[in-house]
Design a protein around this ligand. Structure first.
Ligand code: NAG
Ligand code: NAG
Ligand code: NAG
Ligand code: NAG
Ligand code: NAG
Ligand code: NAG
Ligand code: NAG
Ligand code: NAG
Ligand code: NAG
Ligand code: NAG
Ligand code: NAG
Length: 304
Protein backbone atom coordinates (compact mmCIF):
# COMPACT_ATOMS: atom_id res chain seq x y z
CA UNK A 1 0.00 0.00 0.00
CA UNK A 2 1.27 3.39 -0.99
CA UNK A 3 0.37 6.65 0.68
CA UNK A 4 0.06 9.76 -1.43
CA UNK A 5 2.69 12.39 -0.93
CA UNK A 6 1.68 15.29 -3.18
CA UNK A 7 1.64 18.80 -1.75
CA UNK A 8 -0.54 21.70 -2.84
CA UNK A 9 -1.18 25.33 -2.07
CA UNK A 10 -4.48 27.28 -2.07
CA UNK A 11 -7.67 25.29 -1.97
CA UNK A 12 -11.40 25.00 -1.75
CA UNK A 13 -12.95 22.40 0.51
CA UNK A 14 -16.70 22.33 0.29
CA UNK A 15 -17.70 25.87 1.14
CA UNK A 16 -14.54 26.58 3.10
CA UNK A 17 -11.64 28.36 1.53
CA UNK A 18 -8.55 26.84 3.10
CA UNK A 19 -4.97 27.84 2.61
CA UNK A 20 -3.04 24.67 2.81
CA UNK A 21 -0.17 25.19 5.17
CA UNK A 22 0.40 23.45 8.48
CA UNK A 23 -0.79 26.37 10.58
CA UNK A 24 -3.79 27.51 8.59
CA UNK A 25 -5.63 24.45 7.28
CA UNK A 26 -9.34 24.36 8.10
CA UNK A 27 -9.38 27.81 9.59
CA UNK A 28 -12.31 30.09 8.99
CA UNK A 29 -11.43 33.30 7.26
CA UNK A 30 -11.58 36.10 9.83
CA UNK A 31 -14.61 37.85 8.49
CA UNK A 32 -16.84 40.03 10.58
CA UNK A 33 -19.97 40.09 8.48
CA UNK A 34 -21.30 38.24 5.50
CA UNK A 35 -21.26 40.86 2.77
CA UNK A 36 -21.06 38.54 -0.23
CA UNK A 37 -22.50 35.03 -0.17
CA UNK A 38 -20.19 32.39 -1.52
CA UNK A 39 -21.62 30.08 -4.17
CA UNK A 40 -21.84 26.39 -3.40
CA UNK A 41 -21.97 24.62 -6.75
CA UNK A 42 -22.86 21.13 -7.83
CA UNK A 43 -19.86 19.06 -8.91
CA UNK A 44 -20.98 18.88 -12.53
CA UNK A 45 -21.12 22.68 -12.61
CA UNK A 46 -17.47 23.10 -11.62
CA UNK A 47 -14.84 23.74 -14.28
CA UNK A 48 -12.00 21.23 -14.53
CA UNK A 49 -9.75 23.77 -12.84
CA UNK A 50 -12.18 24.06 -9.91
CA UNK A 51 -12.50 20.28 -9.70
CA UNK A 52 -8.73 19.94 -9.58
CA UNK A 53 -8.52 22.53 -6.81
CA UNK A 54 -11.11 20.69 -4.75
CA UNK A 55 -9.38 17.32 -5.19
CA UNK A 56 -6.04 18.89 -4.36
CA UNK A 57 -7.53 20.37 -1.18
CA UNK A 58 -8.48 16.90 0.01
CA UNK A 59 -5.04 15.55 -0.90
CA UNK A 60 -3.52 18.47 0.98
CA UNK A 61 -5.42 17.63 4.17
CA UNK A 62 -4.26 14.04 3.79
CA UNK A 63 -0.69 15.29 3.81
CA UNK A 64 -0.77 17.73 6.70
CA UNK A 65 0.22 16.29 10.06
CA UNK A 66 -2.35 16.36 12.83
CA UNK A 67 -1.52 18.39 15.90
CA UNK A 68 -4.87 17.81 17.63
CA UNK A 69 -4.45 15.76 20.79
CA UNK A 70 -8.23 15.49 21.32
CA UNK A 71 -8.18 13.09 18.35
CA UNK A 72 -5.31 10.82 19.37
CA UNK A 73 -5.31 8.27 16.55
CA UNK A 74 -5.21 10.77 13.70
CA UNK A 75 -1.91 11.43 12.02
CA UNK A 76 -3.28 13.83 9.38
CA UNK A 77 -5.84 16.64 9.20
CA UNK A 78 -8.03 14.53 6.92
CA UNK A 79 -8.03 11.72 9.49
CA UNK A 80 -9.19 14.20 12.15
CA UNK A 81 -12.43 14.72 10.24
CA UNK A 82 -12.95 10.97 10.13
CA UNK A 83 -12.00 10.40 13.77
CA UNK A 84 -14.38 12.99 15.24
CA UNK A 85 -17.17 11.25 13.27
CA UNK A 86 -16.11 7.84 14.57
CA UNK A 87 -16.06 9.07 18.20
CA UNK A 88 -19.32 11.01 18.02
CA UNK A 89 -21.39 8.46 16.12
CA UNK A 90 -24.03 8.05 18.84
CA UNK A 91 -24.58 11.80 18.96
CA UNK A 92 -24.77 12.59 15.25
CA UNK A 93 -26.90 9.75 13.80
CA UNK A 94 -30.64 9.30 14.38
CA UNK A 95 -30.60 12.59 16.25
CA UNK A 96 -32.09 15.99 15.57
CA UNK A 97 -28.59 17.37 15.00
CA UNK A 98 -28.07 15.02 12.04
CA UNK A 99 -28.92 17.63 9.42
CA UNK A 100 -27.11 20.55 11.04
CA UNK A 101 -23.96 18.53 10.74
CA UNK A 102 -24.21 17.89 7.33
CA UNK A 103 -29.00 13.64 -7.55
CA UNK A 104 -28.90 13.53 -10.25
CA UNK A 105 -26.69 10.41 -10.58
CA UNK A 106 -28.93 8.23 -8.42
CA UNK A 107 -29.38 4.82 -10.00
CA UNK A 108 -26.31 5.30 -12.22
CA UNK A 109 -23.42 6.16 -9.94
CA UNK A 110 -21.21 3.87 -11.97
CA UNK A 111 -21.28 6.30 -14.91
CA UNK A 112 -21.06 9.49 -12.86
CA UNK A 113 -18.48 12.17 -13.67
CA UNK A 114 -17.69 12.04 -9.95
CA UNK A 115 -15.86 8.78 -10.55
CA UNK A 116 -13.63 10.21 -13.29
CA UNK A 117 -10.02 9.20 -12.85
CA UNK A 118 -8.62 12.68 -13.61
CA UNK A 119 -11.30 15.26 -12.77
CA UNK A 120 -13.03 13.09 -10.20
CA UNK A 121 -12.55 10.82 -7.21
CA UNK A 122 -11.50 7.67 -9.10
CA UNK A 123 -13.78 4.76 -9.86
CA UNK A 124 -15.25 1.62 -8.39
CA UNK A 125 -13.14 -0.68 -6.29
CA UNK A 126 -11.32 -3.42 -8.13
CA UNK A 127 -9.96 -6.84 -7.42
CA UNK A 128 -11.03 -9.10 -4.58
CA UNK A 129 -10.57 -6.43 -1.93
CA UNK A 130 -12.40 -3.70 -3.85
CA UNK A 131 -9.54 -1.22 -3.53
CA UNK A 132 -9.74 2.04 -5.44
CA UNK A 133 -6.99 1.70 -8.04
CA UNK A 134 -7.32 4.88 -10.13
CA UNK A 135 -7.76 8.61 -9.67
CA UNK A 136 -6.20 10.96 -7.11
CA UNK A 137 -6.94 8.66 -4.17
CA UNK A 138 -5.67 5.42 -5.70
CA UNK A 139 -4.18 3.23 -2.96
CA UNK A 140 -5.05 5.80 -0.29
CA UNK A 141 -4.24 4.19 3.06
CA UNK A 142 -6.55 4.52 6.06
CA UNK A 143 -5.69 3.87 9.70
CA UNK A 144 -9.13 4.57 11.23
CA UNK A 145 -11.96 2.03 10.93
CA UNK A 146 -13.59 -0.13 9.87
CA UNK A 147 -16.10 0.81 12.56
CA UNK A 148 -14.32 1.30 15.86
CA UNK A 149 -11.63 -1.17 14.86
CA UNK A 150 -8.61 0.75 13.71
CA UNK A 151 -6.40 -1.09 11.26
CA UNK A 152 -4.29 -0.18 8.26
CA UNK A 153 -6.28 -0.74 5.07
CA UNK A 154 -6.81 0.74 1.61
CA UNK A 155 -9.74 2.85 0.47
CA UNK A 156 -12.35 0.49 -0.96
CA UNK A 157 -15.60 0.92 -2.92
CA UNK A 158 -18.36 -1.32 -4.21
CA UNK A 159 -20.67 0.75 -6.40
CA UNK A 160 -24.21 -0.59 -6.05
CA UNK A 161 -26.78 1.08 -8.29
CA UNK A 162 -29.73 -0.78 -6.82
CA UNK A 163 -28.91 0.92 -3.54
CA UNK A 164 -28.12 4.31 -5.08
CA UNK A 165 -31.75 4.65 -6.24
CA UNK A 166 -32.62 5.66 -2.67
CA UNK A 167 -31.03 9.05 -3.43
CA UNK A 168 -33.30 9.69 -6.42
CA UNK A 169 -35.87 12.44 -6.79
CA UNK A 170 -38.84 10.16 -6.09
CA UNK A 171 -37.62 9.70 -2.53
CA UNK A 172 -36.72 13.31 -2.07
CA UNK A 173 -40.07 14.48 -3.44
CA UNK A 174 -41.56 12.26 -0.76
CA UNK A 175 -39.32 13.85 1.91
CA UNK A 176 -40.22 17.34 0.71
CA UNK A 177 -43.85 16.74 1.60
CA UNK A 178 -42.93 16.49 5.28
CA UNK A 179 -44.48 19.31 7.24
CA UNK A 180 -42.10 19.25 10.21
CA UNK A 181 -38.34 19.20 10.68
CA UNK A 182 -38.51 15.89 12.53
CA UNK A 183 -40.28 14.23 9.59
CA UNK A 184 -38.01 15.65 6.88
CA UNK A 185 -34.85 14.83 8.79
CA UNK A 186 -36.04 11.26 9.37
CA UNK A 187 -36.87 10.86 5.68
CA UNK A 188 -33.60 12.40 4.41
CA UNK A 189 -31.42 10.42 6.82
CA UNK A 190 -33.18 7.19 5.88
CA UNK A 191 -33.46 7.50 2.06
CA UNK A 192 -31.18 9.98 0.25
CA UNK A 193 -28.43 9.60 2.83
CA UNK A 194 -28.39 5.81 2.84
CA UNK A 195 -28.56 5.77 -0.97
CA UNK A 196 -25.25 7.61 -1.17
CA UNK A 197 -23.56 5.50 1.47
CA UNK A 198 -24.66 2.08 0.20
CA UNK A 199 -24.56 3.20 -3.43
CA UNK A 200 -20.81 3.84 -3.13
CA UNK A 201 -19.87 1.45 -0.33
CA UNK A 202 -22.09 -1.55 -1.06
CA UNK A 203 -22.53 -3.51 2.13
CA UNK A 204 -19.10 -3.39 3.68
CA UNK A 205 -16.80 -0.99 1.92
CA UNK A 206 -15.66 2.41 3.18
CA UNK A 207 -18.71 4.59 2.48
CA UNK A 208 -21.02 1.93 3.97
CA UNK A 209 -19.29 2.08 7.34
CA UNK A 210 -21.53 3.99 9.73
CA UNK A 211 -18.69 5.22 11.93
CA UNK A 212 -15.77 5.49 9.55
CA UNK A 213 -17.35 6.49 6.20
CA UNK A 214 -15.66 9.94 6.17
CA UNK A 215 -12.49 8.08 5.14
CA UNK A 216 -13.76 8.19 1.54
CA UNK A 217 -13.31 11.71 0.15
CA UNK A 218 -16.70 11.27 -1.57
CA UNK A 219 -18.34 11.46 1.87
CA UNK A 220 -18.11 15.25 1.95
CA UNK A 221 -19.78 15.70 -1.42
CA UNK A 222 -22.56 13.37 -0.44
CA UNK A 223 -23.20 15.28 2.77
CA UNK A 224 -23.09 18.60 0.93
CA UNK A 225 -25.92 17.18 -1.18
CA UNK A 226 -27.81 16.17 1.97
CA UNK A 227 -27.42 19.75 3.25
CA UNK A 228 -28.78 21.05 -0.03
CA UNK A 229 -31.89 18.88 0.28
CA UNK A 230 -32.47 20.30 3.72
CA UNK A 231 -32.10 23.85 2.42
CA UNK A 232 -34.61 23.09 -0.36
CA UNK A 233 -37.09 22.01 2.31
CA UNK A 234 -36.41 25.08 4.47
CA UNK A 235 -36.74 27.32 1.44
CA UNK A 236 -40.35 26.21 0.81
CA UNK A 237 -41.37 28.23 3.84
CA UNK A 238 -38.51 30.18 5.33
CA UNK A 239 -40.67 32.02 7.84
CA UNK A 240 -41.62 28.83 9.64
CA UNK A 241 -38.80 26.43 8.71
CA UNK A 242 -35.54 28.34 8.82
CA UNK A 243 -35.08 27.84 12.54
CA UNK A 244 -37.18 24.71 13.04
CA UNK A 245 -35.33 21.88 14.85
CA UNK A 246 -36.32 18.83 16.93
CA UNK A 247 -35.70 15.13 17.51
CA UNK A 248 -33.72 13.37 20.24
CA UNK A 249 -30.19 14.50 21.09
CA UNK A 250 -28.71 11.03 21.61
CA UNK A 251 -29.22 8.08 19.26
CA UNK A 252 -32.24 6.21 20.62
CA UNK A 253 -30.48 2.84 20.30
CA UNK A 254 -27.30 4.10 21.99
CA UNK A 255 -26.19 2.11 24.99
CA UNK A 256 -26.13 5.32 26.94
CA UNK A 257 -28.68 6.86 29.21
CA UNK A 258 -30.49 9.78 27.63
CA UNK A 259 -29.05 12.76 29.32
CA UNK A 260 -28.53 16.47 29.02
CA UNK A 261 -25.79 16.93 26.48
CA UNK A 262 -24.06 19.78 24.76
CA UNK A 263 -26.30 22.55 26.06
CA UNK A 264 -29.68 20.95 25.46
CA UNK A 265 -32.10 20.84 28.31
CA UNK A 266 -33.99 17.60 28.41
CA UNK A 267 -33.69 14.90 25.80
CA UNK A 268 -34.64 16.95 22.75
CA UNK A 269 -32.43 18.76 20.23
CA UNK A 270 -32.74 22.53 20.56
CA UNK A 271 -31.14 25.54 18.90
CA UNK A 272 -28.68 25.91 21.81
CA UNK A 273 -27.27 22.39 21.23
CA UNK A 274 -23.49 22.62 20.86
CA UNK A 275 -21.88 21.14 17.74
CA UNK A 276 -18.31 20.14 18.53
CA UNK A 277 -15.63 19.15 16.04
CA UNK A 278 -13.06 18.47 18.76
CA UNK A 279 -11.26 21.76 18.17
CA UNK A 280 -10.92 21.21 14.41
CA UNK A 281 -13.15 24.27 14.34
CA UNK A 282 -14.54 26.34 17.20
CA UNK A 283 -17.73 25.04 18.84
CA UNK A 284 -20.92 26.41 17.34
CA UNK A 285 -24.57 25.99 18.28
CA UNK A 286 -27.24 24.61 15.98
CA UNK A 287 -28.72 28.12 15.93
CA UNK A 288 -25.46 29.34 14.35
CA UNK A 289 -25.77 26.99 11.36
CA UNK A 290 -29.50 26.98 10.59
CA UNK A 291 -29.19 29.75 8.00
CA UNK A 292 -26.51 29.16 5.36
CA UNK A 293 -26.57 32.91 4.63
CA UNK A 294 -25.54 33.86 8.17
CA UNK A 295 -22.20 35.48 8.99
CA UNK A 296 -20.73 32.16 10.05
CA UNK A 297 -21.55 30.06 6.97
CA UNK A 298 -22.13 32.83 4.41
CA UNK A 299 -22.99 30.77 1.34
CA UNK A 300 -25.86 29.99 -0.96
CA UNK A 301 -26.43 27.14 -3.36
CA UNK A 302 -26.05 27.68 -7.08
CA UNK A 303 -28.98 25.77 -8.53
CA UNK A 304 -27.56 22.94 -10.64
C1 NAG B 1 -9.69 37.43 14.06
O1 NAG B 1 -10.78 37.36 14.96
C2 NAG B 1 -10.38 37.16 16.30
C3 NAG B 1 -11.63 36.96 17.13
O2 NAG B 1 -12.58 37.94 16.86
C4 NAG B 1 -9.53 38.35 16.77
O3 NAG B 1 -9.10 38.13 18.08
C5 NAG B 1 -8.32 38.48 15.85
O4 NAG B 1 -7.60 39.62 16.19
C6 NAG B 1 -8.75 38.59 14.40
N1 NAG B 1 -7.60 38.53 13.53
C7 NAG B 1 -7.44 39.32 12.48
C8 NAG B 1 -6.21 39.11 11.66
O5 NAG B 1 -8.29 40.16 12.17
C1 NAG C 1 -25.07 23.32 -14.31
O1 NAG C 1 -24.95 22.36 -15.34
C2 NAG C 1 -26.19 22.08 -16.01
C3 NAG C 1 -25.96 20.90 -16.93
O2 NAG C 1 -24.73 20.98 -17.57
C4 NAG C 1 -26.65 23.34 -16.72
O3 NAG C 1 -27.86 23.09 -17.39
C5 NAG C 1 -26.84 24.43 -15.68
O4 NAG C 1 -27.19 25.65 -16.31
C6 NAG C 1 -25.58 24.64 -14.86
N1 NAG C 1 -25.89 25.52 -13.76
C7 NAG C 1 -25.08 26.52 -13.37
C8 NAG C 1 -25.52 27.31 -12.17
O5 NAG C 1 -24.03 26.75 -13.94
C1 NAG D 1 4.77 14.59 9.80
O1 NAG D 1 4.78 13.35 10.49
C2 NAG D 1 5.70 12.42 9.93
C3 NAG D 1 5.48 11.08 10.61
O2 NAG D 1 5.33 11.23 11.99
C4 NAG D 1 7.11 12.96 10.12
O3 NAG D 1 8.04 12.07 9.56
C5 NAG D 1 7.21 14.30 9.42
O4 NAG D 1 8.47 14.89 9.66
C6 NAG D 1 6.13 15.26 9.91
N1 NAG D 1 6.15 16.45 9.08
C7 NAG D 1 6.11 17.68 9.59
C8 NAG D 1 6.12 18.80 8.61
O5 NAG D 1 6.05 17.89 10.78
C1 NAG E 1 -23.28 3.10 -17.95
O1 NAG E 1 -22.77 3.36 -19.24
C2 NAG E 1 -22.67 2.19 -20.03
C3 NAG E 1 -21.96 2.58 -21.32
O2 NAG E 1 -22.53 3.71 -21.88
C4 NAG E 1 -24.08 1.65 -20.29
O3 NAG E 1 -24.00 0.46 -21.04
C5 NAG E 1 -24.72 1.33 -18.94
O4 NAG E 1 -26.07 0.93 -19.13
C6 NAG E 1 -24.72 2.55 -18.03
N1 NAG E 1 -25.17 2.14 -16.71
C7 NAG E 1 -26.14 2.77 -16.07
C8 NAG E 1 -26.52 2.21 -14.74
O5 NAG E 1 -26.68 3.78 -16.49
C1 NAG F 1 -18.10 -2.45 -8.47
O1 NAG F 1 -17.06 -3.35 -8.21
C2 NAG F 1 -17.46 -4.51 -7.50
C3 NAG F 1 -16.24 -5.38 -7.28
O2 NAG F 1 -15.19 -4.67 -6.74
C4 NAG F 1 -18.51 -5.26 -8.27
O3 NAG F 1 -18.97 -6.35 -7.49
C5 NAG F 1 -19.67 -4.34 -8.59
O4 NAG F 1 -20.61 -5.00 -9.41
C6 NAG F 1 -19.17 -3.11 -9.30
N1 NAG F 1 -20.28 -2.20 -9.50
C7 NAG F 1 -20.76 -1.88 -10.70
C8 NAG F 1 -21.98 -0.99 -10.73
O5 NAG F 1 -20.26 -2.28 -11.72
C1 NAG G 1 -1.40 0.80 -6.16
O1 NAG G 1 -0.80 -0.35 -5.56
C2 NAG G 1 -0.61 -1.40 -6.48
C3 NAG G 1 -0.13 -2.63 -5.71
O2 NAG G 1 0.88 -2.27 -4.80
C4 NAG G 1 0.40 -0.97 -7.54
O3 NAG G 1 0.55 -1.97 -8.50
C5 NAG G 1 -0.16 0.28 -8.24
O4 NAG G 1 0.79 0.79 -9.15
C6 NAG G 1 -0.49 1.37 -7.23
N1 NAG G 1 -1.17 2.45 -7.94
C7 NAG G 1 -0.87 3.73 -7.74
C8 NAG G 1 -1.64 4.73 -8.57
O5 NAG G 1 -0.03 4.10 -6.94
C1 NAG H 1 -14.54 -5.15 14.65
O1 NAG H 1 -13.90 -6.26 15.24
C2 NAG H 1 -14.81 -7.12 15.92
C3 NAG H 1 -13.97 -8.16 16.66
O2 NAG H 1 -13.03 -8.71 15.77
C4 NAG H 1 -15.77 -7.73 14.91
O3 NAG H 1 -16.70 -8.56 15.56
C5 NAG H 1 -16.52 -6.60 14.19
O4 NAG H 1 -17.34 -7.14 13.19
C6 NAG H 1 -15.53 -5.63 13.60
N1 NAG H 1 -16.29 -4.48 13.08
C7 NAG H 1 -16.16 -4.06 11.83
C8 NAG H 1 -17.00 -2.89 11.45
O5 NAG H 1 -15.38 -4.55 11.05
C1 NAG I 1 -36.29 5.89 -7.77
O1 NAG I 1 -36.01 4.57 -7.42
C2 NAG I 1 -37.18 3.74 -7.29
C3 NAG I 1 -36.73 2.34 -6.95
O2 NAG I 1 -36.02 2.31 -5.75
C4 NAG I 1 -37.97 3.73 -8.59
O3 NAG I 1 -39.16 3.01 -8.38
C5 NAG I 1 -38.28 5.13 -9.05
O4 NAG I 1 -38.89 5.10 -10.31
C6 NAG I 1 -37.00 5.95 -9.12
N1 NAG I 1 -37.30 7.31 -9.47
C7 NAG I 1 -36.67 7.96 -10.45
C8 NAG I 1 -37.05 9.38 -10.68
O5 NAG I 1 -35.82 7.43 -11.14
C1 NAG J 1 -45.59 28.96 6.17
O1 NAG J 1 -45.81 28.46 7.47
C2 NAG J 1 -46.71 29.26 8.22
C3 NAG J 1 -46.74 28.69 9.63
O2 NAG J 1 -46.98 27.32 9.61
C4 NAG J 1 -48.06 29.25 7.55
O3 NAG J 1 -48.97 30.08 8.27
C5 NAG J 1 -47.93 29.77 6.12
O4 NAG J 1 -49.18 29.64 5.45
C6 NAG J 1 -46.88 28.97 5.37
N1 NAG J 1 -46.64 29.56 4.08
C7 NAG J 1 -46.70 28.86 2.97
C8 NAG J 1 -46.38 29.61 1.71
O5 NAG J 1 -46.98 27.67 2.94
C1 NAG K 1 -38.18 13.10 26.28
O1 NAG K 1 -38.65 13.14 27.61
C2 NAG K 1 -40.06 13.29 27.72
C3 NAG K 1 -40.42 13.40 29.19
O2 NAG K 1 -39.35 13.86 29.95
C4 NAG K 1 -40.74 12.09 27.09
O3 NAG K 1 -42.14 12.25 27.16
C5 NAG K 1 -40.31 11.96 25.65
O4 NAG K 1 -40.85 10.79 25.08
C6 NAG K 1 -38.80 11.91 25.55
N1 NAG K 1 -38.43 11.94 24.15
C7 NAG K 1 -37.55 11.11 23.61
C8 NAG K 1 -37.25 11.30 22.16
O5 NAG K 1 -37.01 10.24 24.25
C1 NAG L 1 -17.04 22.18 22.83
O1 NAG L 1 -18.17 21.37 23.06
C2 NAG L 1 -17.88 20.14 23.68
C3 NAG L 1 -19.19 19.37 23.76
O2 NAG L 1 -20.16 20.09 24.42
C4 NAG L 1 -17.28 20.39 25.05
O3 NAG L 1 -16.96 19.15 25.66
C5 NAG L 1 -16.02 21.23 24.89
O4 NAG L 1 -15.49 21.55 26.14
C6 NAG L 1 -16.33 22.50 24.11
N1 NAG L 1 -15.07 23.18 23.82
C7 NAG L 1 -14.90 24.46 24.06
C8 NAG L 1 -13.56 25.01 23.67
O5 NAG L 1 -15.77 25.14 24.57
Amino acid sequence: MVCLTNTFVVLLLGFMIVKCSPSTAIKQSNKTACSQLRQRKAWHNLSNTEKTKYLNAELCLMNLNSTNNLLPTSRTKFQQLQEQHQIQSEFIHEVGAFLPYRLRDAGRFINSTLLDSIYGFGGNGSGLDGYVADGPFANYTLILGPGKNNSVHCLSRDIDDLASHASNSTYFDQCKKADTYVKVWDCIEFFPRSGGHSGVGGELDQMAQVLSSPGDPLFYLHHAYIDKLWWDWQNFNLSSRLYEIGGPNVRPTAELPLRKRNGDFGNMTKLDHVLSLYSIMPNKTIGDVMDTRSDFLCYKYAEP
